[in-house]
Design a protein. Structure first.
Length: 184
């Protein structure tokens, strides 16, 4: 069962991301965080993982290492470590996309299962949203990203391969199906 820590994490995530929307849409960003947390819970994640899912983009998008330290203080080391494992940049101005993603890909297989589940839920939700938007917008959906369609597809294929090997199961299969649909 979830405790008041989860409620506190939800309120903190809402506060941090309150003015953000999903890429070039009117959808409040918190919807993504809620979906990722839900996927974690639906696939046997514990409260720390569900909290980390709510906060998985907080350090990357809302304050870097300072935000990570607040998370560590408020929600504990386990949550902070998962958030750190899901973060590919702490900088307000991010380094170039490809080297950043290559570094994340190379480190991901060595992360603990607790972090892999949160990252897998994040990538699954993102891939499914891209596909859903593609059904409406076609290839214009890729204009939302800082890289071309092929680079986006490459990244999600790599993620799917890593999760099939390191965290196989229904959620990894769901990501794989979304990636296959995007490639089609």
């Amino acid at each position: 069962m979830l405790t008041s820590r989860f409620d506190e994490a939800f309120a903190y995530a809402r506060l941090l991301h309150n003015k953000q929307t999903r890429k070039q849409s009117q959808t409040p960003y918190i919807s993504h965080l809620m979906s990722v947390s839900s996927l974690v819970l639906e696939h046997s994640g514990d409260e720390d993982q569900a909290i980390a899912a709510l906060l998985h983009d907080a350090a990357e998008d809302c304050g870097g290492t300072e935000t990570l330290e607040i998370i560590r203080t408020r929600f504990g080391e386990a949550v902070a470590q998962i958030v750190a494992d899901c973060t590919d940049s702490y900088d307000q101005i991010k380094s170039p996309w490809k080297p950043r993603k290559l570094a994340y890909i190379s480190e991901l297989p060595h992360k603990p299962k607790s972090s892999l589940l949160v990252s897998l839920a994040d990538k699954t939700h993102n891939a499914e949203c891209i596909y859903s938007d593609w059904l409406v917008l076609g290839d214009l959906v890729y204009d939302r990203f800082s890289v071309e369609r092929d680079e986006t597809l490459w990244y999600y294929r790599e993620m799917s391969n890593i999760f099939q090997a390191g965290h196989p199961g229904p959620l990894a299969n769901r990501l794989e199906r979304a990636v296959i649909a995007l490639k089609a």
